[in-house]
Design a protein around this ligand. Structure first.
Ligand code: UDP
Length: 138
């Protein structure tokens, strides 16, 4: 079944010139980019996006990082896209991520870990609304 995932190339990924590399991996896999933009996240957007983490001790640092520079937001679509993308990303801590995964190849830091991908269809629906109007999705 086709699913949509909200993917972010986080500000560290943009700084490391990884936008093309990450999009290329999804496209080569057969996934489709159906919406795409560059933006700087507002604090309100960050609090909505990371609602489950706002009370965690690492949130102030996470908020400063995620709002601290331009990022690329996209919607990636395809069969079982959510699981496929989570596997391609690697796990939250890049040190534990398999080489060959995006975090396993391009990150070392648990906070600055290059990429976000939705972890469920419900999360994807909620997260997509934070970045895209319906008419921006192709
Ligand atoms: N994060 C962090 N410190 C932690 C855990 C998470 O800075 O101890 C950040 C990190 O950028 C991570 C994001 O918060 O990607 C969201 O955490 P989550 O557990 O949802 O991981 P993800 O779904 O991104 O793998």
């Amino acid at each position: 079944m086709d699913q949509k995932s909200l993917v972010l190339v986080k500000p560290d990924g943009v700084r490391k010139h990884l936008i093309g590399e990450i999009i290329a991996r999804f496209e080569r896999r057969g996934l489709k980019i159906c919406a795409l933009k560059m933006l700087v996240m507002t604090k309100d957007q960050a609090k909505y996006h990371y609602a489950e983490h706002v009370d965690k001790p690492f949130f102030p640092e996470l908020e400063a990082f995620i709002t601290g520079g331009p990022l690329v937001a996209m919607i990636v679509e395809g069969p079982n896209a959510i699981k496929a993308i989570r596997t391609m990303m690697g796990v939250t801590d890049p040190i534990e991520s398999t080489p060959g995964s995006i975090r396993g190849d391009f990150a070392l830091d648990k906070g600055e870990n290059v990429i976000h991908g939705s972890d469920s269809p419900e999360a994807a629906e909620r997260e997509i609304k934070n970045f895209f109007k319906p008419e921006e999705i192709y």
